[in-house]
Design a protein. Sequence first.
Length: 208
Amino acid sequence: MSKQRQSSRVPRFFNRIAAQGWHKSDFFTYTWKYPAFRSWLLSRVLPQERLVLSVGCGSGEIERDLAISQRMVVGLDVSLEMLRTGVRRGRLRNAVQADALHLPFRSKRFDLVMFMESVGYFELDGVLGEAKRVLTKGGRMIITAYPTHHNSDRLYKKLSMRDIIRELCQIGLEVVDQQMLTIGRSGVTSIAAEERCTILYAVAQRRS
């Protein structure tokens, strides 16, 4: 699938979900469905990370929780309908419709850039470099992604942990954490076997 064709199909896919709601869709995100996972992710955000960019924020569940903890959170998505849903439901205070390949922000602005289950909709070599550009010195990038065996929608490019780590290193970020997770209503567990995990979790830092 070409980049142009994919970029046009992804907004339509998410606009449709925004119209009907995740609960009526055949798909879901773990950050939407599991409050325990959102709590786990929030516990990984550092106190000094006050200005946060969430790329592919969707309808804004974790962004709402971050804002409650007195952080300035910018939610960015290509789907206008998803953003409108998040704003209407009080989850997104700062919503920006934009292409992740061309972030409308100055360089070294954000303490933290997050890709919550969204990174598989992008060409990594372009979007991760652009995300690095807007990170402050010492800023971090958090990625959660579906593993290769995950039954996701057809538009999502599933990744191995090796794929993610390689791309992060290629743009000059230092990987500081990587975990394979299983997620349930009772909590989040880190496991050793990638073929049995639910979500891949990686954190990288900009040193210069």
